[in-house]
Ligand binder design. Structure first.
Ligand code: M6R
Length: 611
């Protein structure tokens, strides 16, 4: 989730690049840099920290170049410091990159053997040296890029300069966005439209396996084989605020729609279909040590949405890996005397990595001799720094206060952990492993299709928008999902919402059921489906208005519901992903109908750094 800008034309590149990067700042950043070509040499400036640090560093320096590239980084490989900041370079190549190169370790080892000196910890620098390696063999620049691309596994968008040619910028895309902008006598490239919009609204989007070569007066497009291709140009009608949200009305809606992609990013390089394995690096190695301990158990600590992710994980880890799991709110954990010790793997889950209660729970756990594995979205934040190992979700910056893509990427990591533990304990046969891994890899497409085609939310929204209360029910692994649905609704629409396990209704909450009371129920075809149907019948007969999240094509369940929304079939374990999306959307549309401040709901902060 880095920001990229490139410019070629007659104007000085520096102010154009800095202004473009500024437009991408909302995506988050931890370091930034720019590169220009002057007199056959690169001029590269990079800094750790906010873009303003780069602006300060460049102040007073007059760069004459009219060609250049720039980058703001959201770190995935390597600390967010100057040496890991982009642009990266080799003798003749300088480039910026957005994405993740899965096989960079192997490529790095091979390049080092060939004598390349690699300075940073990034996957990006490897690409410079790979291209350089082909240049050293006598390839022309474009062929050297194409040959390097063939060796890369993973996702990338790349914008590249050649030291010996100040007339061209080269771009390539596989899996990460790039958009070209056209103007008279100048051309632009960027990871997102806002970086271009003050110069032009005439754009073309690069698709996967496509390259572009930008010159001052023309842009030519190629496939990865070097064949030239035609590209249609489009006129973008968005204003700047719309562009920052990719045309969505709110960041929350944009982030809901990003989920298929960021789940795929989180799986990338970790699910190995060839070797039928899950790679979790240091975390995998720490887990392996724990599975050998006789009384190994896992204690999850987290708050809010991240706590719900932990509750989902309990079902998976206990079921697949047969490891006992307890899940606790960090704010409760820190003030009791929990029985954790050297056989406990404490799993701390946090999007921001700064939640004070979770940080305190980590410190307590370590004092008691436990090891801490954190799952976090923000690299180098406090929680990863204080944990023994961290698995990063690759959700990119989450701006909406109501967490959406952070949740689904957290449960992506947690499911991988459950499968990995089961593999380490040799509890899965080959077929089972294969089925689970395939299902995981197919998941982003299932979610993408759902987000394109779902129907039925408008009537639910209409029913709910003027209600004061709403109840959510679900069972089994759907129980934490409906808690998450209730949390989403209350935090952004300010409607009082409570979630209950279906079987628990008769122990109290059923007293609240009367004519027209809205109840959202997950009624998916899982192994507790029949039980849920009975629970719903019990409350329906007391007058509840049932809004069902049901499996596509399930005609019987449609009859049971007053309103329903169909979700696609998925493997049983992965149903939490398909059922949480409609609940996020329901909360969003109800809040939008009420006109609340969706991205910054009252009284809430994105990261809660105080007790
Ligand atoms: O950054 P964290 O994941 O540690 O944050 C935990 C909670 O504060 C957070 O999930 C909060 O509940 C969200 N607003 C939920 O949408």
């Amino acid at each position: 989730m880095c920001g990229i800008v490139g410019y070629i034309g007659d104007q000085k590149a520096k102010p154009i690049l800095l202004a473009g990067l500024k437009r991408l700042e909302y995506r988050g950043y931890d370091s930034a840099g720019v590169a220009f070509i002057k007199n056959g040499d690169f001029q590269i400036e990079r800094t750790q920290g906010k873009l303003s640090c780069l602006v300060d560093k460049l102040a007073g320096k007059d760069f004459e170049a009219t060609i250049g590239i720039g980058h703001t980084r959201w770190a995935t490989h390597g600390r967010p410091d100057e040496i890991n900041a982009h642009p990266h370079y080799s003798k003749d190549v300088v480039l910026v990159h957005n994405g993740i190169i899965e096989n960079y370790k192997k490529l790095k080892d091979d390049l080092i053997i060939k004598g390349h000196q690699i300075e940073s910890e990034t996957d990006t620098e490897i690409i410079c040296h790979l291209i350089q390696d082909f240049l050293n063999q006598g390839y022309d620049f474009q062929k050297a890029i194409r040959s390097a691309l063939k060796e890369l596994h993973g996702a990338y968008s790349l914008v590249i300069l050649n030291r010996n040619d100040n007339q061209r910028i080269y771009c390539a895309r596989k899996g990460s966005p790039l958009v070209l902008g056209f103007n008279n006598g100048e051309n632009f490239v960027a990871s997102d439209i806002p970086a271009l919009l003050s110069h032009t609204n005439e754009v073309a989007f690069l698709h996967d396996f496509e390259m572009a070569v930008l010159e001052k007066t023309q842009v030519t497009f190629y496939d990865f084989e070097g064949n030239s291709i035609e590209k249609e140009r489009q006129i973008i009608q968005w204003n700047m605020a719309q562009a920052e949200k990719s045309g969505y009305k709110h960041f929350m809606l944009k982030e809901i729609h990003e989920q298929p992609r960021v789940i795929a990013d989180t799986l990338l390089g970790r699910v190995d279909l060839e070797k039928m394995n899950i790679w979790l690096d240091d975390a995998g190695r720490l887990m392996k040590k724990f599975v050998q301990k006789p009384d190994f158990h896992i204690h999850v600590v987290a708050c809010g949405t991240s706590w719900h992710a932990g509750m989902v994980a309990r079902y998976w880890i206990e079921n697949l890996a047969k490891v006992p799991v307890s899940v606790e709110l960090s704010s409760e954990f820190r003030y009791r005397q929990p029985l954790v010790g050297e056989n406990t793997l404490v799993v701390a889950i946090s999007q921001s990595g700064e939640t004070a209660d979770t940080l305190a729970a980590i410190r307590e756990s370590k004092k008691m001799g436990a090891k801490v594995l954190s799952i976090c979205n923000v690299i180098e934040s406090s929680i990863p720094r204080e944990s023994d190992v961290t698995i990063y979700t690759h959700a990119g910056p989450e701006i909406g206060v109501a967490s959406t893509k952070a949740f689904t990427t957290q449960i992506t990591v947690l499911y991988m952990m459950a499968v990995k533990l089961a593999l380490q304990k040799k509890l899965l046969d080959d077929q089972d492993i294969q089925d689970r891994m395939k299902a995981l890899v197919e998941l982003p497409n299932i979610l993408k299709t759902f987000l394109r085609q779902y129907k039925g939310l408008d009537m639910m929204t209409e029913y709910l928008r003027n209600k004061e209360h709403c109840y959510f029910i679900g069972r089994g692994i759907q129980y934490p999902i409906i808690l998450e649905g209730a949390l989403k609704l209350k935090e952004i629409s300010y409607i009082h919402a409570d979630g209950y396990a279906g079987g628990e209704m008769k122990h109290g909450p059923i007293a609240l059921m009367e004519d027209g009371v809205p109840v959202v129920a997950t009624l998916l075809k899982d192994d507790l489906y029949d039980k849920m149907v009975s629970n719903v019948q019990e409350i329906k007969s007391r007058g509840a208005f049932i809004m069902g999240i049901i499996t596509q094509g399930d005609e019987d369940t449609k009859q049971l519901c007053d309103l329903y929304l169909e979700v696609p079939e998925a493997s049983m374990d992965l149903l939490p992903f398909v059922s949480v999306l409609p609940l996020q959307l329901l909360a969003y549309y109800v809040a939008d109908a009420k006109g609340t401040d969706i991205d910054q709901p009252r009284n809430l902060a994105k990261s809660v750094t105080v007790e």
